[in-house]
Design a protein around this ligand. Sequence first.
Ligand code: GLU
Length: 484
Amino acid sequence: MSNDIRVRFAPSPTGHLHIGGARSALFNYLFARNQGGKFIVRIEDTDQARNVETATEKLMESMKWLGIDWDESVDVGGPHAPYRSMERLDLYNRYVDQLLKEGKAFHCYMTEEELEAEREEQRKRGETPMYSGRDRHLTDEQKRAYEAEGKKPVVRFMVPKGQEIVVDDAVRGKVTFDSDGIGDFVIVRTDGIPTYNFAVTVDDHTMGISHVIRGEEHLSNAPLQVMLYEALGFETPTFAHASLILNEDRQKMSKRDESIIQFVEQYRDLGYMPEAIVNFIALLGWSPGGEQEIMTKNELIEAFSLDRVVKAPAVFDTKKLSWMNNQYMKEADDDQVVWLAQPHLQKAGKLPEMMSDEQKQWAYDLIVLHKEKMDCGADIVPLTELFFQDEIEYDEDAKAILGEEQVPEVLEAFLKNLDSLEEFEAAAIKKAMKDVQKSTGHKGKKLFMPIRVAVSGQQHGPDLPQMIALLGRTVVTTRLKGLL
Ligand code: GLU
């Protein structure tokens, strides 16, 4: 039944929305919308040392910017509130008590030093270090003795011996784990706060989550959660672990690698379009089949299914992202492109914060002229450098072009034609150029290239008459005169 489909994105509020997190959020969102189910955002904040105060707001802001909305969460509430783990401690405690009472969990008083010593022994014996089970069967008397020493226990889950744990995964099929390779893991820390694996299991069950869709880095947590589901008598949801996201060197992306832009907010700040980012992220480990790559959010919703989530790692190809954003910018309204790019000219000090109507129009035309070339809004700054320079440098190639025989005649005629223009605008400038062709007989490259190089110092650039119009009469005539 479609309305039993309930999925969630469960970020820990530790920082900005990472590309990997955004991918999990998006896959859950697309799945929910495709199935007519519910999408929940739950804040998993039990690892308090890692919490960052404004992270929840920032994560939500980035999701909203991407156009991902949710049905239940900390801000909009919902039938399973609260949606923040730290407000659900009573609930967790009830289930911890249940496990303790049933002998499926136990208090462990081992100190970090004792645990390390134990691991060291195991390593020496060539074994994989794992909790030994020392405190599995403490008597009340032993417990009291530890307490008298001031020791605070953790609660560990008693991992059943010799079992095959099966994670039924919509992407990977049945993935099996040997329980003997998993030590009795901590479910409640000494401060009484549950660990991620425990809280997530209780939350997913009590919130009626039908599908747990997340990144492959959580696949190793899945058997722990499956054991908890079984011990608590809960029905296990369907898991779906999307592939890892690798960098271009095919290494796992590290959040600390500053050579790649990895946070959604950074893309927003660089003037990327949310539609492009969504499109790009959707294709990280999911394939719609067929050739079409540019897809709107609605097309993605329509096409999304878990059986097309791929097992093979996805590669975060920044060139593809630039290409995709460029495709979206080319198709976007001029107004929107200006809105994305103009702040970058202002931030770079090229344009004042407060602009006259005339300046606004000039900036508008300048940005639109470069629309096709921009991979993101910030690109406008390097692309338009020559519009903000008083002097231009002519490199060797430019000098060679300006040294051609016909150049003085062409530039002189052009300058004369420009002088007689009443309106210094593109159509008139174009005509002035045509008139040079008529009067001198030079045409094509012989005509346009020296003019382009003379006014811009470059052989390539946007539409020439428009560029000249935006450079303005004073700049253009000064540059031409300087060469004659
Ligand atoms: N809080 C976990 C994280 O941020 C969620 C993992 C999950 O989806 O189960 O990675």
